[in-house]
Ligand binder design. Structure first.
Ligand SMILES: Nc1ncnc2c1ncn2[C@@H]1O[C@H](COP(=O)(O)OP(=O)(O)O)[C@@H](O)[C@H]1O
Ligand SMILES: [Mg+2]
Length: 496
C-alpha cells in the first residue's frame, strides 16, 4: 500500500542559498516521527513545504500514492495536513476561543458565528490539554506557555490526519509538556500521524516511534527511536567533525575556571514556578560563566530574574557578599547588575544617534559633571573606534547600523560605566563572523576589568567561545557543570 505521505528528492533554495538537498521522507499512518538537527539544518523548511507554505521546490510529494502540490496552508489543511509553527501566530487581541477557531468558526443556520458552540468547543479542547483559562479571555493577556498550548490545540483538534509540530515545547513548563505528550499519544493511537521537531532529544526519543536526522540541508539518518540513543543522534546531527564549527573555536575548549577570585554574584535556591528551580550559582570577578540550555530550559527566565525584570519567587541573591532584593530593574541596576537582553531593540533607541545610545548609562554622571554634548560625543567616539563600530560616525541614527554593530553599542554602554555583574543573553546571535569576533573581544575587555559576566545562550558555540565555566540547564534546573576541563560540543549537547 502507498504510504500516507511520501516525499522524494525534495530540494529548496532561497536565492542562492540551498536549504534542502534531495530529501526522501515517508510518513506512515499512526506514527510519531521525530525530526532533529541543528539550527538551520532545514527542518522547518521541509515542514513548510509539506504544509503548503512554500510552493517553489524541486522533487515530488505524494499522499496515498497520488502526487499533490499545495497552493496554500488552507489547501494543505483541506487535504488533512495541519502545522503548528515555531513562531507563535496567535492573535493577541482576539479571545482564546476565537484563536482556537481561527479561520474555522462554527456558524449557526443564519450563517452567523455561533458563539455558544465556539465557547463550548474551546472549553472542551482546552480541558483535554489541562489548560485552565476562560475561553473569553484575551489571548495577549496569557503567558507564552498557555498561548503555545492554545495554538497547539487549534491544530491538534482540527481533524487533520497529519499534524506537524515545529518545536512546540519551547515555552512550555514540564507538566504542560507531559499533558501535551499525553494528547499526542492519544492522537497517534487514534491513527493520526505526527511529525515532532524538537531540540530536546530525550523527549524525541521518549515520544517518537521513528526519528530522522537532518544536517546542513540533507537527511543523514533515520532509525526506529527504540534502537538508538541520544549520543547516536548527536553524532549524526553534528557529523564526524565535532570541532569544525565556524566562527568561534576549533576542537575542544579548555575551560579555565578561577576559584581564587572573589565571588561577585551568588544565588541560593532561586526558584520561580514553571520557569526554574533550585538555582544556586556563583560568578567570580573576572569570570565569564556560560549558562547553556535549549530554548525553554529556563535560562532566559533566570537571566530576567537577575536583572529584576521578572523576580524570582524563592531563594536569595547576593552581590559582593551582601544580600540584595532584585525586585525591579531599577533596584537591580542600583545593586550593580547590568543586562543586555536577546532583543537588543528593547533597550536601544534606534532613532537616536549612536553617541546618545552609548552615553545613556552615564547620563547622570554627565549631568553631574555638566558635560556638554561635545564631551558626550567625544567619549562615544573613543569607544566607537576602540570597539570597531562600523561605520564609525557616532552621529548616525543607531537604527542604520547592522545588528552586530548595534550589539557593540549596547555593550559599549557598559564599558563607560562598569557594573559589578553583566548578564548577556544570546550576545552573538545572528551575527557574521567578523562582528562575532568583535563582540567576543569586547566581552573579554569587560572581563579584564574584573566584572563578573554571565552569558546565557541556546547556541553551544556561543558559550564554548566565551565561557570560563559552563552550567547546563534543563527543564528549569542546573543539571551539569563543566569547570577546569576540556569540553567539546558533543559533550555539551549530551548534557542538555
Ligand atoms: N524564508 C527564508 N528565506 C531565506 N532563507 C531561509 C528562509 N527560511 C529558511 N532559510 C534558510 O534555510 C536554511 C534552513 O532553515 P530552517 O529550515 O529554518 O532550519 P531549521 O528549522 O532546521 O533550524 C537556513 O540556512 C535558513 O537561514
Ligand atoms: Mg526550525
Amino acid at each position: 500500500m502507498a504510504p500516507l505521505l511520501e516525499l522524494s528528492g525534495i530540494s529548496k533554495a532561497f536565492g542562492g542559498a540551498v536549504a534542502l538537498r534531495g530529501i526522501d521522507f515517508v510518513l506512515e499512518p499512526g506514527e510519531i516521527h521525530g525530526l532533529v538537527g541543528e539550527n538551520g539544518a532545514g527542518k522547518s523548511t521541509l515542514m513548510k513545504i509539506i504544509a503548503g507554505v512554500h510552493h517553489g521546490f524541486g522533487g515530488t510529494m505524494r499522499m496515498g500514492g497520488q502526487p499533490v502540490r499545495f497552493a496554500s496552508p488552507a489547501d494543505a489543511l483541506a487535504a488533512g495536513i495541519g502545522m503548528v509553527h515555531q513562531e507563535l501566530s496567535a492573535v493577541g487581541s482576539l479571545t482564546v476561543a476565537e484563536n482556537v477557531y481561527l479561520g474555522v468558526q462554527p456558524t449557526n443556520r443564519f450563517g452567523l458565528v455561533d458563539w455558544k458552540a465556539m465557547l463550548r468547543g474551546a472549553r472542551a479542547q482546552l480541558d483535554s490539554l489541562g489548560i485552565d483559562v476562560d475561553p473569553r479571555a484575551e489571548m495577549g493577556s496569557l503567558s507564552l506557555g498557555v498561548q503555545q498550548l492554545i495554538e497547539l490545540s487549534r491544530v491538534l483538534f482540527s481533524g487533520a490526519r497529519i499534524i506537524i509540530l515545529d518545536e512546540p515545547t519551547s515555552a512550555l513548563s514540564p507538566p504542560e509538556v507531559e499533558r501535551l505528550f499525553g494528547v499526542l499519544r492519544r492522537l497517534r493511537d487514534d491513527g493520526r500521524s505526527l511529525i515532532f521537531i524538537s531540540h530536546f532529544l530525550d523527549d524525541v526519543l521518549a515520544i517518537c516511534d521513528r526519528v530522522t536526522v537532518f544536517r546542513n540541508g540533507s537527511k543523514v539518518a533515520e532509525a526506529a527511536a527504540a534502537e538508538v540513543d541520544k549520543h547516536w543522534l548527536i553524532d549524526r546531527m553534528i557529523g564526524g567533525a565535532h570541532g569544525e564549527i565556524s566562527g568561534g573555536y576549533t576542537g575542544e575548549v579548555v575551560l579555565d575556571s578561577r576559584p581564587e577570585a572573589a565571588v561577585v554574584l551568588a544565588t541560593e535556591g532561586l526558584g520561580r514556578t514553571g520557569a526554574y528551580q533550585d538555582i544556586s550559582l556563583r560568578v567570580r570577578a573576572g569570570e565569564v560563566l556560560g549558562i547553556y540550555g535549549y530554548l525553554g530550559a529556563g535560562q532566559l527566565d533566570l537571566a530576567r530574574a537577575l536583572f529584576g525584570k521578572v523576580p524570582a519567587q524563592r531563594g536569595r541573591i547576593s552581590i559582593d557578599g551582601r544580600q540584595v532584593a532584585l525586585t525591579s530593574t531599577a533596584r537591580a541596576r542600583a545593586a550593580g547588575m547590568a543586562f543586555v537582553p536577546e532583543s537588543r531593540r528593547s533597550m536601544l533607541f534606534a532613532q537616536e544617534p549612536v553617541f546618545k545610545n552609548i552615553s545613556i548609562s552615564i547620563l547622570r554622571r554627565i549631568a553631574r559633571l555638566l558635560l556638554r554634548p561635545a564631551a558626550e560625543r567625544a567619549i562615544a567616539e573613543r569607544h566607537a573606534a576602540s570597539l570597531n563600530i562600523r561605520p564609525p560616525q557616532v552621529d548616525r541614527p543607531l537604527g542604520s547600523l547592522s545588528g552586530g554593530n548595534q550589539q557593540k553599542v549596547a555593550l559599549a554602554r557598559w564599558l563607560t560605566h562598569l557594573p559589578r555583574v553583566l548578564v548577556l543573553s544570546e550576545p552573538t546571535r545572528g551575527m557574521d563572523v567578523g562582528a562575532k569576533d568583535d563582540v567576543v573581544r569586547i566581552i573579554r575587555a569587560l572581563r579584564a576589568h574584573g566584572i563578573g559576566i554571565i552569558v546565557v545562550s541556546a547556541e553551544p558555540e556561543t558559550v564554548l567561545s566565551l565561557a570560563d565555566r559552563i552550567l547546563v540547564m534543563k527543564k528549569g534546573r542546573v543539571v551539569h557543570e563543566f569547570a577546569g576541563v576540556a569540553v567539546s560540543k558533543d559533550r555539551l549537547l549530551a548534557a542538555a
